[in-house]
Write a protein that binds this ligand. Structure first.
Ligand code: AQP
Length: 334
């Protein structure tokens, strides 16, 4: 089987970056010849900081609503909350013992997030990529759709699988392929073209949230940082213009076009002309999703039922793989 696994942290609300970099691909792969498993990674969401419990519960359900509203069907995909499938944490521990300190300390996300204050970062933040490897390998997933920022973690996942297989002389865990595709694999902040658009950026103006209304979206795009030049009609003209490049990438990804196609249409536009076009497009694509999210959030018990069913389906796959892992390692009782 060709099996897809991917996840998103309920550490805040969904952003346009998550949608274009990850969720759109999730929906696409669900419609292709893959078995698909999508996860709210709540165990990961507490690694940067412990969240208020009500907030974590809200974020997790809202993320599930965001998945479903974007087109992920609980009938076609397995939709789970990470902590409801205990094998994630169990295999995560094993991988903590497979991964090396040196590998982990080279992770750029760890370096960025822990910053100069690593003494004060949680042990969980350091171990984050080992748990992520467990999320994926627990299902023997072959393909993982992610944004560009997760590439290094997927390389580490392959290193962990390879070391496990080598050390125990087995051919058990697959070497997983990242799927990093589309016009917006790295959506940048609207305020700073050198920074990733992120849920946790202190400035709300830096991102478009999936729950933003039409006015908020239009205002954020109108105020987005740009340069004074008109848009080029060739892609080379976007070089060294990170903010312009970002807005064109967003337009292309939202409209399922290539950057070249977009530039053929909007080349020559000043930002005063292009930004309202982009805002209209963003609203037309996002408003139906946020409307559906709000509708789903009115019935949290239904979301909980979907996640409970997903956890049951997931455990049918994960429990035998964990059991086999324990046997390989030599754990009595497995
Ligand atoms: N800006 C982005 N452009 C493209 N893809 C993105 N992703 C995130 N930001 C962008 C992709 O979304 C998936 C889930 O990301 P995550 O929830 O694991 O968290 P993250 O990457 O850490 O996202 P944030 O928004 O920056 O959250 P915080 O601020 O909490 O760290 C991944 O596939 C990711 O590539």
């Amino acid at each position: 089987t060709r099996r897809v696994f991917s996840g998103i942290q309920p550490s805040g609300g969904l952003t346009l970056g998550n949608y274009l970099g990850a969720i759109k691909r999730f929906v696409q792969m669900q419609e292709e010849d893959y078995e698909t498993i999508y996860c709210m990674v709540d165990l990961h969401a507490i690694t940067a900081k412990l969240l208020d419990p009500a907030e974590l519960r809200h974020n997790t359900r809202e993320l599930a609503a965001g998945f479903i509203a974007s087109g992920i069907s609980p009938d076609k995909s397995i939709l789970i909350n990470q902590s409801q499938v205990p094998e994630h944490a169990q295999l995560g521990w094993i991988f903590n013992c497979v991964a090396r300190m040196g590998w982990m300390s080279r992770m750029t996300q760890w370096k960025d997030k822990a910053g100069k204050n690593a003494e004060n970062a949680s042990l969980g933040l350091f171990a984050y990529p080992a748990l992520m490897a467990a999320d994926i390998l627990l299902y023997h997933a072959t393909h993982v759709p992610v944004g560009e920022d997760q590439k290094q973690h997927l390389e580490l996942t392959r290193d962990i699988a390879a070391k496990f297989n080598h050390d125990y002389g087995v051919d058990f865990f697959p070497l997983t392929e990242p799927v990093i595709k589309g016009a917006a694999t790295r959506v940048m902040s609207l305020r700073d073209g050198s920074k990733k658009m992120s849920k946790s950026d202190p400035s709300d103006a830096s991102r478009i949230n999936m729950t933003d209304d039409a006015d908020a979206i239009a205002k954020k795009i109108r105020k987005a940082k740009t340069d004074p030049d008109a848009l080029p009609s060739e892609i080379e003209g976007l070089e060294n213009r990170p903010e312009a490049r970002n807005l064109v990438n967003i337009y292309a990804a939202l409209n399922d076009q290539t950057v070249e196609e977009v530039l053929r249409e909007v080349g020559g536009d000043q930002f005063g002309v292009f930004k309202p076009k982009l805002a209209d497009l963003a609203v037309s694509k996002l408003a139906p999703i946020s409307g559906e999210m709000a509708r789903l959030m009115a019935d949290p018990a239904e979301i909980d039922r979907i996640l409970a069913k997903g956890a049951e389906q997931a455990r049918e796959i994960s429990a035998p793989i964990l059991k086999r892992t324990y046997e390989i390692i030599g754990m009595v009782g497995a």
